[in-house]
Design a binder for this molecule. Structure first.
Ligand SMILES: C[S@@+](CC[C@H](N)C(=O)[O-])C[C@H]1O[C@@H](n2cnc3c(N)ncnc32)[C@H](O)[C@@H]1O
Length: 467
């Protein structure tokens, strides 16, 4: 029998928000039926309009607030463009930290059913603004003028803005200056619809410790009109620039960077430091965008690994070797595994740059390389994983349970998959002792956490049969 929903599209109703979704929308319930409303905060009473109904949930728009949350912050309408991508900027930082910590606690209990682990108070930033060391902004034209900023949500319309409240001032200044120079030289912006024009994106990257700036011009065409003048202006107006890069992306695609890259001026990399480890960062390589909190996260991972200098460590999903190099300072040997071959090349280069001879990197899937190492008789005392949002592959978890490293340190950017994988490791004989949430991305919905697991319970391995 078809169930009648408690609300209909276009209904205007009064609700009380009970919770926030993982992407920061308010959740209100009508006879148990959840309605997701952008901008609603827990505890607030509001009038909403139902704009969409599905079988299991509906979506509403906030019309009027009767009671405000003490955590609500008002953003002046004229400042809204500076808050692009900041889904939680309408919540005070204290409220954001509370929400993120709760989210970790809830999923660890509900999805992971983990008991007895110490879930520590989240580590936030002293200054939760102006932390991003990188920006890549789309370029377009509006009324004959060059515009650059960010896409209006769910559209391809560019909101022209020179400033983001979460980017470092040096990054904002670089984007603004390059936009002005390109506009002044009449360099045509890329037109997505007709796939014509030249300049697609401007990217700026800044080494916070070294104060080195990289500017990347991403174009559809192999040639940039008035290229020499453009480079001269960039170099003279941005004194911290150490590298000007040209990346060509001739395809009709949403992917920002193309395959062809040339250095127009200066070096092909900038350097930065996390703690006392130095990294060379090229235009295409992945590098954490909040180095202040990255240091906090990695130091926690290092603390949880409890290295004495005699251990063999595997760092799965190692990227350009950032965690591996941190660990290598305290371990006997570190083996990093990463699926992107270019990142592995960067990792090797970074190891050499720091004179670290006890680290080895292998390109390949963690779930294929590590089982093979184990088959060949290699094991680890400590295994660190830092997987993408989807979490660890089940066959990697299975190998961990067979290999039995004394400790597993799990660095995660998605608490839900962290909780799922902790459950699997607990069923196989590990115990989660600590979970430390870290706020890597203030003003946004993202939350990182690092968990420490020790071997020591009787296993109840619960895997489905290998396929
Ligand atoms: C969250 S990032 C962590 C990178 C690094 N630990 C850091 O802190 O910079 C996850 C990394 O896993 C890599 N990756 C994704 N799937 C993988 C797989 N199946 N095996 C190995 N690496 C993988 C990605 O390319 C990415 O570099």
């Amino acid at each position: 029998m078809k169930r009648t929903l408690p609300v209909q599209k276009n209904d205007c109703i009064d609700v009380v928000f009970e919770d926030l979704t993982h992407d920061g929308a308010g959740v209100a319930k009508v006879d148990g039926y959840p309605l997701f409303v952008k901008n609603g905060l827990p505890g607030e009473k509001a009038k909403i309009k139902v704009i969409k109904v599905n079988k299991s949930y509906g979506v509403g728009r906030l019309l009027d607030l009767y009671e405000r949350s003490p955590y609500r912050v008002d953003i002046p309408k004229e400042d809204a463009p500076k808050y692009g991508g900041c889904q939680l900027a309408h919540i005070s930082y204290e409220g954001q930290l509370k929400y993120k910590e709760n989210q970790v606690r809830q999923v660890i209990a509900r999805i992971g059913k983990i008991e007895g682990a110490r879930i520590h108070p989240i580590i936030g930033m002293d200054n939760p603004w102006q932390y991003r060391n990188k920006a890549q902004v789309p370029v377009g034209e509006k009324d004959g003028k060059l515009v650059a900023g960010f896409f209006k949500p769910r559209t391809h319309e560019i909101i022209d803005t020179d400033e983001s409240v979460i980017q470092l001032p040096e990054v904002n200044e670089a984007i603004h200056t390059v936009k002005e120079i390109c506009s002044g030289l009449g360099i045509p912006a890329y037109n997505e619809e007709s796939h014509s024009g030249v300049l697609r994106h401007i990217m700026a990257r800044y080494g916070r410790q070294t104060e080195e700036l990289m500017v990347v011009l991403i174009t559809r065409t192999d040639k940039i009109p008035r290229q020499n003048e453009l480079v001269e202006h960039i170099v003279s107006r941005l004194p911290k620039v150490k590298s000007v890069i040209h990346n060509v992306n001739p395809k009709r695609t949403n992917v920002i960077l193309g395959e062809k890259t040339e250095t127009l001026w200066g070096r092909d990399v900038i350097y930065d430091m996390i703690g006392n480890v130095k990294f060379a960062i090229s235009a295409l390589s992945f590098y954490q965008v909040n180095p202040v909190q990255t240091k906090v996260l990695y130091e926690k991972a290092l603390e949880y690994a409890e290295l004495t200098g005699s251990e063999t460590v595997i760092d799965a999903y190692c990227g350009i070797g950032t965690i591996s190099l941190f660990l290598a300072q305290k371990a006997q040997k570190v083996f990093g595994v990463e699926v992107v071959p270019e990142a592995v090349e960067d990792a090797k280069r970074n190891a050499a740059l720091n004179g670290m001879l006890n680290v080895n990197f292998k390109a390949g899937k963690a779930e294929e390389v590590i089982p093979k190492w184990y088959e060949e008789g290699n094991t680890a005392d400590v295994l660190v994983v830092d997987p993408p949002r989807k979490g660890c592959d089940e066959s990697l978890l299975r190998t961990i349970l067979e290999m039995k490293p004394r400790k597993v340190v799990y660095v995660s950017c998605n608490p839900a998959t962290l909780a799922r994988d902790l459950r699997i490791l607990e069923d196989g004989g590990y115990r989660t002792t600590d979970v430390q949430p870290v706020d890597q991305f203030p003003q946004t919905v993202h939350v990182e956490a690092v968990a420490r697991l020790v071997l020591g319970c009787s296993p109840q391995i619960n895997f489905s049969d290998p396929k």
